[in-house]
Design a binder for this molecule. Sequence first.
Ligand code: F6P
Length: 366
Amino acid sequence: MNAIHKKKKIGIVTGGGDCPGLNAVIRAIVKAADLKGWKSTGIYGGYDGLLTPMKTRPLAHRDMDGLLVRGGTILGTASSGPFSAKTGQGKTRLIDPGILSRAKANFDRENLSALVAIGGDGTLSVALQMHAAGWPVVGVPKTIDNDLDATLMTFGFDTAVSCAVDALDRLHSTAQSHDRVMVLEVMGRYAGWIATQAGLAGGADVILIPEIPFNYDAVCRKIDRREAEGKHFTLVIVAEGARPAGQDYVSESPDTQDREIRLGGIGQQVAGEIQTRTKKESRCVVLGHLQRGGTPTQFDRQLCTRFGVYAVQMIAQKQFGMMAALTGTGIAPVLLADAVDRIRIVPKDGELVMTARALGISFGDA
Ligand code: F6P
């Protein structure tokens, strides 16, 4: 280890919606940096913490106790405001150059030698813009939505899927007892990963996702077929971004300049329409932020730890403008630009969807 490495001081920031595993990544970065003789500094409240008055605090090895299993982020986060880069599907906003340069001046004043940005496409889009402006920044991919390109998986996703599977398991028994249709609405924004994978693992009969626009005739046909087979209950899992063919996303807030729209409400519509059409009692459960809370699964703990250690390695090797990614063979660096360029969605004719169809699971399209 050379003297320059010993002097390093890493800034760590978490941005966008929180998710299980953020603290586990922070822990891995701080511990791995500490073992190199480097210091770590937490930036509080997302990138906003870099603006005056700065919100930063040193993070020591001993502060990391218990963080592997703790949900949320000890640094806090922000999903709106001056550093919000995503304002809707595929819409990226350029951060005000004045804000970026004020933040950079504070970054330099704090003697930070590198920044680890932990976040989803919004946070990493800002990291990319920072890199273009000369910041030494690396990224770690976070989001329960699993919609980042260039990595096989983001951390937080596995925990969210486990939460949704647990909900389906619980709904299964009550649906069966009451001969009801139970509709579970899950998050995922414009990608149907949570709905598809939880639907497969939780035995859903119908999976509705943004990638495959659905029609109510097909959904109700599936329920009627089950009735005819003597199965008087049905489990439907619907992604918040799913929509009937030709219709717009169901949202709880309008498109704004400084944050993404909040999707939500499609589950209630689906339950209502099914009840009207089939005359079967239907109920909707919105899983919401339960998917983002709690302790990470063992898979996510491992992934977070690997990503955190890798981020420190990327800094050691000056691989700035890169993101730690899970590939088929391990963790590898990929260009931030490749990760945020477009979102990764469930392939309509991919193996996951084909597996579900082979079991007779309906996507509401046939
Ligand atoms: O991107 C993560 C996510 O949980 C999405 O699945 C969801 O649409 C959104 O964030 C909810 O955001 P908020 O916490 O601002 O309501």
